[in-house]
Ligand binder design. Sequence first.
Ligand SMILES: NC(=O)c1ccc[n+]([C@@H]2O[C@H](COP(=O)([O-])OP(=O)(O)OC[C@H]3O[C@@H](n4cnc5c(N)ncnc54)[C@H](O)[C@@H]3O)[C@@H](O)[C@H]2O)c1
Length: 412
Amino acid sequence: MNVGVIGLGYVGLPLAVAFAEAGHSVVAVDLAPERVARVKRGESYIEDIPSERLQRVSHRITADTAYEPLAGTDALIVCVPTPLSENREPDLQPLRAAGWSLSRILRPGQLVVLESTTFPGTTRDLLAPILEKTSGLVAGVDYPLAFSPERVDPGRTDYTLRTTPKIVGGLTEACGDAAEALYAEVCDELVRVSSPEVAELAKLHENIFRSVNIAMVNEMSMLCERMGIDIWEVVDAASTKPYGFMRFEPGPGMGGHCLPVDPFYLSWRARKFDLTTRFIELAGEVNQQMPYECANRIVRALNDVGKPVRGSIITILGVSYKAGVGDVRESPALKVIDELSGMGADIRYSDPYVPKLPALGLESQPAEVAVDDCDIAVILTAHPNIDHAALLDGAPVVVDLRGVLPRGVVRA
Ligand SMILES: NC(=O)c1ccc[n+]([C@@H]2O[C@H](COP(=O)([O-])OP(=O)(O)OC[C@H]3O[C@@H](n4cnc5c(N)ncnc54)[C@H](O)[C@@H]3O)[C@@H](O)[C@H]2O)c1
């Protein structure tokens, strides 16, 4: 097969590599010239794809900023971003733009699959009409169209694209069959659903489930803070129940491209159906408060040792939104840092995955250097392979927002 992948980010690049590894030719298109140049050089910018892995299949991947080379492909997989606008409403501009560009090269029989996370109805009511405009081709009649959500969890190694069941929902039976045949090349298990809308909503349901449960445990952690109870001990104890409980971890708030964004695609859409999705809004509210709550905990910990925030050296360990990745999009660390530097703190940070934070004018320092002489050290994101207990042995005050230090070590 000749497979086209549109949008070479966290979702698109691993997909392009997976199809190339399965022996297929891949046309990989992205509007960002630097990304295309790096793919051409066999240089990966996604942690989960080491450059060596990309280089092994580079001969099967043609990267381009133009859509024309996609004309000869058998399938087109759309992985462009679906962000929120400034007013926190769905911004479907990248998807519309990709649709317009595709409608100029689309030919009969070419399978189109949307992977970008979005509200139910996007594939059928938004993408299909755009694709029809210039091509004149009718979805489900002249070419197969489907939605298949990406479930990749950046940094996770126990489940891969191949071993994570892939949901597929086609506009018609034949559309679903075509999409299933495509993904069977790179996924071991396919989950066929009856429509693109079910597939679209299933993905949002998964992410909202996480968002709501994270908010719930974060609320619990705020209460524990007031009551003087160790939230981690509570979570550990509750997690011993063999059924009816699923462990979620408290933290400084949600980040990344998905959880702080996706749920609001659904709450926005729900308004059209006269429904206020209160769980989604409430979870968003609680999670958005967490960076400020955590900044307060740091202020209180300094206060306990008689230090003001102004002039204190605060060392932040880990600034990406989650462990093992360098993605700082929507990372709560940025808000915590902003809040504390607004109070006059002298902020240092160390993150092996994030060498620079240009927006804040900060550069990562080696962990030992960052911790040396600080007034307080904060574990904000606990990256793997760091012995935090040893690293923070000499730190005067430590706030552990991720529960990685052995109980009793935290001095805050
Ligand atoms: N990152 C994740 O963990 C994850 C997981 C599951 C689903 N998703 C969803 O997948 C989609 C893509 O997310 P991502 O994290 O890969 O985004 P990303 O920002 O990392 O990558 C998207 C790429 O698309 C390119 N692009 C934008 N408009 C384009 C256009 N018109 N034509 C061609 N390329 C274009 C951008 O330059 C960028 O390189 C989103 O809908 C997201 O919600 C992401």
